[in-house]
Design a protein around this ligand. Structure first.
Ligand SMILES: NC(=O)c1ccc[n+]([C@@H]2O[C@H](COP(=O)([O-])OP(=O)(O)OC[C@H]3O[C@@H](n4cnc5c(N)ncnc54)[C@H](OP(=O)(O)O)[C@@H]3O)[C@@H](O)[C@H]2O)c1
Length: 298
């Protein structure tokens, strides 16, 4: 089969398409012929070496496709989305233990664009316990998770303030002083940008506000000195990790896809690329010129 293998860390060209043996599945796993593969932003940080990763292997985590083999023979021929923390998704065939049936007539591109980010957003909303009438700051709302968070918070009856690249949201987060433009009285911050200046947000939070730290889009985790949190009675929730929130995220994947199927959440697709153009797909994500998901088609 054709698969994308990472040769060291660096620019998009470290990802190369090669012939590799098809994987075999362990009990509990599904073997899937892929139809669409997501390229989330964090994978560009894994490829560049900003996020440390294991030895070279088949790259990628999120795929949609048709089941070839499974413990349950009734699953054969059904469309699923798969998620694998250990890689293997940028390939024509993937074996994965996390899989979810795709409901209705969702295309594989739409299903893979939505499955992981929408389930992360649902789990973040539960962890934040957003209430009607609260004010919520969603950073990077032009991204998949940010976009779903904004929609889910609005559905809860919250007032939502968003950041993104210029012209895409309420506040342009490329302005280094953007945090000064955030209104006061924020109850919940969905913090994905990170970096040493994140603490400038603490005076913008209402007493007893919550900060959900779940990303490092800027390349650094956020720094929140305890003194600033203590002064306002704030709660800082570290959100992530396969052994912590990972299981809760997987548990709501079917619910997340259901919200897409019934029209509550609308995935935005940017561009699709053939698997052979994986370097161009990564360059597109890093360019930040588009809005929506970049998807590889094998
Ligand atoms: N904790 C968890 O369980 C978990 C799970 C999955 C993902 N994540 C994290 O969630 C974050 C968002 O992921 P996603 O899949 O929603 O992303 P995505 O759909 O690939 O979108 C990328 C987003 O990143 C923004 N961005 C890129 N570089 C930036 C920078 N230097 N400063 C500010 N914004 C920047 C883009 O905004 P513009 O282009 O508009 O500027 C865009 O909104 C990532 O940090 C990812 O690692 C966490």
């Amino acid at each position: 089969m054709r698969a994308v293998v990472q040769h060291g860390t660096g620019g998009p060209d470290v990802l190369q398409v090669e012939d590799r043996p098809e994987p075999t599945r362990e009990p509990g796993e599904v073997l899937v012929r892929t139809e669409a593969i997501a390229v989330p932003f964090y994978e560009t940080q894994l490829r560049s070496g900003l996020i440390p990763a294991g030895p070279p292997s088949i790259f990628g985590h999120e795929a949609a496709g048709i089941v070839l083999e499974a413990d349950d023979p009734n699953l054969r021929g059904r469309r699923v989305v798969t998620m694998s923390y250990t890689g293997g998704a940028y390939a024509e065939v993937v074996a994965a233990s996390q899989y979810t049936l795709v409901p209705g007539d969702l295309t594989p591109e739409v299903a893979v664009a939505a499955a992981v980010p929408a389930s992360v957003a649902l789990t973040l909303m539960t962890a934040a316990d957003v209430k009607e009438g609260e004010t919520v700051l969603v950073e990077a709302a032009s991204g998949a998770i940010g976009g779903y968070l904004a929609r889910l918070a609005e559905r809860k009856g919250a007032r939502v303030v968003t950041t993104a690249g210029k012209g895409k949201a309420d506040i342009d987060h490329n302005d280094p002083d953007w945090r000064q433009k955030v209104p006061e009285g924020i109850d919940v911050v969905f913090e994905s940008i990170g970096g040493p200046r994140a603490a400038e947000l603490t005076p913008k939070l209402a007493p007893f506000g919550r900060i959900l730290a779940y990303g490092m889009l800027s390349g650094d985790f956020p720094a929140f000195p305890v003194a600033g949190l203590l002064a306002r009675g704030l709660t800082l929730i570290g959100f992530g990790g396969p052994d912590a929130y990972g299981k809760r995220i997987a548990a709501v994947r079917a619910e997340a896809l259901g919200l897409v199927a019934d029209g509550t959440l609308t995935p935005v697709l940017d561009r699709t690329y053939p698997l052979a153009d994986v370097a161009a797909a990564h360059a597109r994500v890093e360019s930040r010129e588009g809005v929506g998901k970049v998807v590889l088609v094998p």
